[in-house]
Design a binder for this molecule. Structure first.
Ligand SMILES: [Fe+2]
Length: 231
């Protein structure tokens, strides 16, 4: 049994040091890749990952007096492979900041306020059609400290686990029409405009959605030529 290393396409996966985004250098290999045989554990595990990492509630926003502040959204993310076939059972971790741009994480040292009603992260399992759905609030933009004015546009972080430990993909989803998208060093570290476009969700027609929330649809391709950029 072997694992094929897909060659990285520098147009669709960020490579090199991107001006204004110094962490780029730590996110891509500085030396050429070496093929190493993988052991059975790496290729067959994790067995029953959902038992070790149980799914959470698909709701970060809460309700009533415990409702998080912000614009309520429903996220419908479809996890598919390179042929567009769904990846049922994919374990999808999702996290984002609150409507003031503050993460529920000790590393966020910004002075923006926390929201005790915002739950910050979720772990979901894709259904038969590859779909995960999350009720949450729209995250705000936030300033990246010590970068001379770089603001991250609103975005949602995704981590997708497939059937083997080696199959994890970490990426970010962006919102359509945000003026900060075209200035974001992380999104623009992906050189190919079409690949960047695939990182941006689509606003579903509001007439079809729930009365109290905007619905955003997003398709995440886990491998192949159209695979989501790692970011
Ligand atoms: Fe972020």
């Amino acid at each position: 049994m072997s694992w094929k290393i897909e060659p990285r396409d520098p147009r669709t996966q960020s490579e090199g040091v991107v001006e204004g985004y110094e962490q780029t250098a730590r996110r891509w290999p500085s030396q050429s890749l070496v093929v190493r045989p993988h052991d059975v554990g790496e290729l067959s595990g994790p067995e029953r990952l959902e038992r070790r990492l149980p799914a959470s509630k698909a709701d970060l926003a809460g309700r009533g007096a415990s409702r998080a502040i912000g614009q309520l959204i429903h996220l419908r993310a479809r996890i598919v492979d390179e042929d567009g076939s769904p990846v049922p059972g994919a374990l999808v971790e999702i996290w984002h900041c609150n409507s003031a741009g503050k993460y529920r994480h000790a590393n966020d040292s910004s002075s923006s306020p926390e929201d005790p009603n915002f739950h910050g992260n979720a772990r979901l399992i894709a259904g038969d059609s590859g779909l995960v759905e999350l009720r949450t609030i729209k995250p705000a933009a936030y300033a990246v400290p010590d970068t001379g004015g770089w603001w991250r546009p609103p975005h949602i972080h995704f981590s997708v686990w497939g059937r083997a430990w080696l199959s994890r993909l970490v990426t970010q989803m962006f919102f359509p029409g945000d003026p900060l998208n075209e200035h974001d060093a992380i999104l623009n570290a992906v050189r190919d405009p079409e690949a960047r476009e695939r990182c941006i969700a689509r606003l579903a027609p509001t007439a079809r959605g729930p009365a109290d929330a905007l619905v955003y649809e997003y398709q995440l391709v886990v491998r192949g030529r159209k695979a989501a950029p790692r970011m």
